[in-house]
Design a protein around this ligand. Structure first.
Ligand SMILES: Nc1ncnc2c1ncn2[C@@H]1O[C@H](COP(=O)(O)OP(=O)(O)OP(=O)(O)O)[C@@H](O)[C@H]1O
Ligand SMILES: [Mg+2]
Length: 277
């Protein structure tokens, strides 16, 4: 296996998660010693089935896990050399890490503009705020057209765009994306993937949690597979595509050269992505 980004010689990573153990109440051990890294400027993917611990991981990094009564038992989160473990959600945003939560969670009764303003609330500099908004409207021209519309009236894909746009209003150095493709039509998944790529090219690092492995492996250079709260596999995307585990569980179970065909047969979400990719 190729060395993890943390050890790839490029200095210390932007985000380093080390041996993280998190549980809910007494019974549910959601993370059991997770270690991962995101290099500055990179896109790293985390794959895993339902209940693997993906959202718990992102919520722990963003400091929002406490809201769901999660307890960090062990381990640490370090961002740009600063310890983030136990920092409150606002402090994490100020540090430069912004999460787009699972299921978007935009404010349905507020307009597109108001949602964006809420995302930039910690940004005190007016010029910076205006710059972030211009960037969001450039990435998502559709949001500019709908700025006075109530967000609850947007389609699922448009709401996902707004959720990402709202996160960008805080001008993050690292964006945490929790299943941005969930429940979206294939063409829209393609559009979202393109924008994530563009956001990254503009300098924002990305930690992308996905069940849509094909989309995630298309975007990322390095990926981790999470199973029952542990990293069961990690490597460069090229390596992971070749492993039996990723082939079998996420890419439809045939040889890598024919992964697309298998996907069309066996995984509806992936079939849509491949058909439009
Ligand atoms: N608020 C909570 N209270 C108790 N248990 C929880 C809570 N949130 C998640 N869990 C449990 O923690 C484990 C990991 O859940 P998590 O939501 O992190 O998984 P996931 O990989 O994001 O799954 P999915 O793909 O379905 O979103 C699961 O067993 C889940 O039931
Ligand atoms: Mg989840």
């Amino acid at each position: 296996m190729e060395p993890a980004p943390a050890a790839s010689g490029a200095g210390s990573p932007l985000l380093a998660v080390s041996d993280l153990a998190v549980r809910y109440g007494r019974a549910v051990q959601a993370l059991r010693g997770v270690t991962l890294a995101v290099p500055d400027g990179g896109i790293v993917a985390v794959l895993g089935n339902n209940g693997a611990g993906k959202s718990t991981l992102l919520r722990t990094i963003s400091g929002t896990c406490r809201l769901s009564r999660a307890v960090i038992e062990a381990g640490s989160v370090t961002f740009a050399g600063r310890r983030l473990t136990g920092v409150d959600p606002g402090g994490v945003v100020t540090a430069g890490v912004v999460q787009v939560p699972e299921g978007r969670r935009i404010f349905g009764r507020l307009t597109v503009d108001e949602n964006l303003r809420a995302g930039g609330i910690r940004q005190r500099d007016r010029t910076e705020r205006a710059r972030s908004r211009d960037r969001v409207f450039e990435l998502f021209p559709l949001l500019a057209d709908r700025r006075k519309q109530r967000a609850g009236l947007l389609s699922g894909g448009e709401q996902q765009m707004l959720a990402i746009g709202r996160a960008l209003m805080a001008a993050p150095r690292l964006l945490l994306l929790d299943e941005p493709s969930l429940g979206l039509a294939p063409r829209i998944v393609g559009q979202i993937a393109e924008v994530i790529g563009e956001i990254n090219r503009q300098g924002t690092s990305v930690l992308l949690v996905e069940q849509n492995a094909e989309m995630a492996l298309e975007l990322a250079t390095y990926a981790y597979v999470l199973e029952l709260g542990r990293v069961s596999l990690e490597g460069s995307v090229e390596e992971l595509r070749r492993t039996d585990q990723v082939q079998r569980l996420y890419l439809g179970g045939v040889d890598p050269g024919n992964a697309g065909a298998a996907a069309r047969r066996e995984r509806p979400a992936l079939r849509r992505w491949v058909a439009n990719g």
